[in-house]
Design a protein around this ligand. Structure first.
Ligand SMILES: [Zn+2]
Length: 261
């Protein structure tokens, strides 16, 4: 899976006729510039599946499936983004050449989803959690890796970036030289949060921090305080709130809200 150049994607977009494409799989009836049919993604007897010829998007009011030609083909034919792009390219006579990097292939998919969400007026939340064989377990929350991941999410169009609270571990030797050389302060969680927020277009994107695994209350409050002081926008609290009684959870969450106030 590789990176497909933007111009190629755009050329395919320009040439594909979504009504024609979907019409091969779904019997569509036209109602002006809108076309209606039975949704291929859920069982139904009355049509709630719409294809908009002007905007080249589809939407189902029954199951909320929606997207463009790429996402339709991906979902209908169970293809990855590059596979769908190659198939559409073949159909409309645009040659798809890819560089071979798995990461950029994934970036391309995320960018496509981001554009899709934005075209529908939706905000985009990106869970920026680096993982995989290229980094160590400690590296997943290393400050250099977290800051870079947040930066990439911002570049790919995220409005909201969700990251894990970074540790003071530095994964890459090359990065260590820079952090030490430039004396980037990363000793405390507050400093590390500030660094990650700065890496997200200097705080012009909303950066939220995951609450992590079940921890003792004071440790969570301490972490939340550090996130607040570092300019973080908030925390996502999951297990730490629902693995307790309702009354206790509400008390716990209001303490956290008080810290952010
Ligand atoms: Zn549907």
């Amino acid at each position: 899976m590789g990176r497909i150049p933007d111009e190629t994607i755009q050329a395919i977009r320009d040439r594909v006729d979504l009504v024609e494409l979907i019409g091969r799989y779904v019997a569509l009836k036209s109602a002006g510039r809108n076309h209606k049919g039975l949704c291929p993604f859920h069982e139904e007897k009355t049509p709630s599946f719409n294809v908009n010829a002007d905007r080249q998007i589809f939407h189902c009011f029954g199951c909320d499936a929606g997207g463009n030609a790429f996402t339709f083909l991906m979902r209908h034919e169970n293809l990855t983004f590059p596979e769908a792009a190659r198939e559409l390219g073949r159909q409309v006579g645009v040659e798809v050449q890819e560089s071979d990097s798995r990461e950029t292939g994934l970036y391309e998919q995320l960018r496509e989803l981001t554009l899709e969400a934005k075209s529908a007026g939706l905000g985009v939340v990106v869970w920026s959690y680096p993982r995989g064989s290229g980094i160590s377990k400690d590296g997943e929350t290393a400050i250099d890796v977290c800051a870079y991941a947040a930066q990439i999410a911002a570049q790919l169009g995220a409005h909201f970036i969700k990251v894990k609270p970074p540790s003071d571990h530095i994964e890459q030797d090359a990065a260590r030289k820079v952090y030490e050389g430039e004396q980037v302060p990363i000793a405390t969680l507050t400093e590390r949060v500030r660094h990650v927020v700065q890496s997200s277009f200097d705080g012009r994107r909303i950066v939220i921090f995951s609450g992590g695994g079940k921890a003792d209350d004071e440790a969570v409050f301490e972490q939340v305080t550090a996130i607040r002081d570092g300019g973080g926008f908030g925390s996502i609290i999951g297990r730490n709130s629902f693995q307790r009684s309702k009354e206790d959870a509400l008390k716990f969450l209001s303490r956290i809200m008080d810290i952010y106030k």
